[in-house]
Design a protein around this ligand. Structure first.
Ligand SMILES: Cc1cc2nc3c(=O)[nH]c(=O)nc-3n(C[C@H](O)[C@H](O)[C@H](O)COP(=O)(O)OP(=O)(O)OC[C@H]3O[C@@H](n4cnc5c(N)ncnc54)[C@H](O)[C@@H]3O)c2cc1C
Length: 586
């Protein structure tokens, strides 16, 4: 192992961790008025996973037909199986409209209607007049909406002199003696040096953690770092059992074929060519929300109507669409089918299966992105979060397509604005001595070990088992086995060993640290799923098939338990303002 690492020190009023849509919007807003803002990202900003978003961003612009923010809010609440905090959903639906126009004014190249207005298409679960039929609400830039968002926001950050620290991996949060958040500790991947960032406000926009599953639409880097770092500092994780499975992952790979394909008219079929969604969601059909479509697919497979020798996939049929629709509106995803499956979507249906896609749960925040230290009533001064790592909560038990881009931008922006006001007034919390010690000993512990467990074995077991026992359909025996398995993997991880023990650009080390973060996310997910004895949205228990509002119309909070390896679950009420919970039918 190389010698003792160098520790560098920096001071910025605001430190933003993560350069996806949430982080960049927050940084841009926080930098208003010339305030000093640093963005730390383990990836180059424009490679953040927001860039993968294909389908679009939902906003009731009413460019194609009548639409209202109240209908968007209702769809969000109903889509989330009434676990949504409705004051937050109201903000999401109202501010989506001005956010899209702001992006347009920043230069985002949206696709256009013939009259020059921003084009809009239909998307799963989005309806007019409180559920009467699908509505055109998703604003898009072909199937590259997320990519365009990143480029646009990155340019705006440059314009506002935000300082970027790229390929810096945050490992710890710094907490002052009076309990305020006052910075982060990061590992510079290229050099292996540590960097202490002293700040008045810290924002996490670190994205999701789908890599804890084997079949996932998520990139290699979506490992829940921000969630685990916050959790290790005592912040509970909210609603972790609600993980979304997207219906159309490419067979065996999980790579996403966006709902945009069904929005343009794509149809799901089983082995006999039947449009099976007619039986499960007669009004919205293939554009029913994702939890319903994924579960319907699971049912088709279970009842032997899947395709192929193993009857383990279904088909997305685009063959009846005019070829120019595929070329102009779905160029990237049709290319995926050609590249990864050697299937020509203009003439053959595409094999698909549900894929782990989106974390509804995460770091609990208020509507300005301020983190709840205890999950519901005490603010963690100076600590903010938004985007997929956070839970505000606007998605409840199931997120509607296009609502994540709305979430990251609306709440990223609100957090940024709040931070600008906060740092203008707050004094500098003292930096505790030895702020970097915990992160340094985490890294040195791994680098100094001479033998032990291989991370790849732990990771593969985790992903396979999560796929088997904590996927679209769950039950008590499976979750109990998974809980024991995670405990076993966590103790193996305590003895983890990597071969490359140098400090320079050590990707083995980076992935090993990420594995530790994923184990934390998996553990809180499994324990919360075991405790929730009902079915709601993305969380389906075959041993408790009904929604149970008497016991579980509540958000779960997973706290670090008394012993280092246990999780304590608590609940808090859902905030209901306009829409009383009803049975969910489409
Ligand atoms: C294939 C695909 C298609 C999608 N399509 C849509 C869509 O059409 N519409 C929609 O609304 N949603 C869509 N989603 C969901 C949506 O894209 C994501 O939920 C959203 O972009 C997340 O944004 P974010 O800013 O929270 O995080 P990300 O964009 O994932 O960014 C996370 C950032 O955190 C950084 N980071 C993470 N850990 C660390 C660390 N330890 N230290 C430093 N930096 C760190 C990363 O470098 C990155 O910059 C899609 C998702 C996928 C996977």
């Amino acid at each position: 192992m190389d010698t003792t690492p160098t520790v560098h020190r920096h001071k910025f009023e605001t430190v933003v961790v993560g350069a996806g849509g949430a982080g960049l919007y927050a940084a841009m807003a926080a930098a208003e008025g010339g305030r000093s803002v640093a963005v730390l990202s383990k990836l180059y900003p424009t490679r953040s996973h927001t860039g993968a978003a294909q389908g679009g961003i939902g906003a009731a612009l009413a460019n194609v037909e009548e639409d209202r923010w109240e209908w968007h809010m209702f769809d969000t609440v109903k889509g989330g199986d009434y676990l949504v905090d409705q004051d937050s959903a109201e903000i999401l639906a109202r501010e989506a409209v001005e956010t899209v126009y702001e992006l347009e004014h920043f230069g985002l190249p949206f696709s256009r209607l013939p009259d020059g207005k921003i084009a809009q298409r239909k998307f799963g679960g989005h309806t007019y007049n409180f559920g009467e039929g699908p509505v055109h609400r998703s604003c898009y830039a072909a199937d590259r909406t997320g990519h365009m968002i990143l480029q646009t926001l990155f340019q705006q950050c440059m314009k506002r002199q935000v300082t970027f620290f790229n390929e810096f991996k945050v490992l710890d949060l710094i907490v002052s003696h009076d309990g305020r958040c006052t910075g982060v500790v990061a590992l510079e991947i290229a050099s292996g040096d540590f960097h202490v960032f002293h700040a008045k406000a810290v924002f996490f926009g670190t994205g999701g953690f789908g890599k804890m599953f084997r079949i996932t639409s998520n990139a290699h880097t979506l490992t829940g770092d921000g969630n685990a770092v916050a959790y290790r500092r005592g912040v509970p994780m909210q609603d972790m059992e609600f993980y979304q499975f997207h219906p159309t992952g490419i067979y065996t790979l999980g790579i996403l074929l966006s709902e945009g394909a069904r929005a343009e008219g794509g149809i799901l079929r089983n082995e006999s060519g039947e449009r099976f969604m007619e039986r499960y969601a007669p009004t919205l059909l293939d554009l029913a929300p994702r939890d319903i479509v994924s579960r319907s697919m699971f049912q088709e497979l279970k009842e032997g109507r899947g395709c192929g020798p193993k009857r383990d996939y279904l088909l997305l049929d685009l063959t009846h669409l005019p070829p120019e629709v595929l070329d102009e509106r779905l160029p990237d995803i049709t290319d995926f089918a050609r590249t990864y499956l050697r299937v020509e979507p203009k003439s053959e249906p595409v094999p698909i299966q549900p894929t782990a896609h989106y974390a509804m749960g995460g770091i609990p925040t208020d509507n300005d992105g301020r983190v709840w230290k205890d999950g519901h009533s005490v603010i963690f001064d100076g600590f903010y979060a938004a985007g997929e790592c956070a839970c505000v909560s606007v998605h409840g038990a199931n997120r509607l397509g296009t609502n994540s881009l709305v979430d990251i931008l609306v709440f990223g922006r609100r957090a940024g604005k709040h931070m600008a006001r906060y740092v203008a007034e707050a004094d500098w919390p003292e930096l505790p001595r030895g702020a970097e010690d915990q992160a340094v000993s985490l890294v040195d512990g791994i680098l100094s070990r001479q033998s032990g467990e291989r991370p790849v074995d732990i990771r593969e077991t985790l992903q396979d088992e999560m796929n088997d026992k904590c996927f679209v359909v769950r039950n008590e025996p499976g979750l109990k086995e998974m809980d024991a398995k995670v405990a076993q993997l966590r103790s193996a991880f305590a003895n983890v060993f990597i071969q490359d023990r140098g400090r320079l650009f050590n990707t083995d080390l980076v992935e090993c640290l990420e594995l530790g973060f994923m184990l934390d996310c998996a553990q809180t997910t499994v324990v919360a799923a075991l405790a929730r004895q009902e079915s709601r949205g993305g969380h389906y228990r075959e041993d408790f098939k009904e929604r149970d509002d008497t016991r579980f119309l509540a958000h779960s909070l997973a706290f670090p338990g008394e012993s280092s390896d246990s999780v304590r679950i608590d609940y808090k009420p859902v905030r209901i303002t306009r829409f009383a919970p009803k049975e969910r039918k489409y």
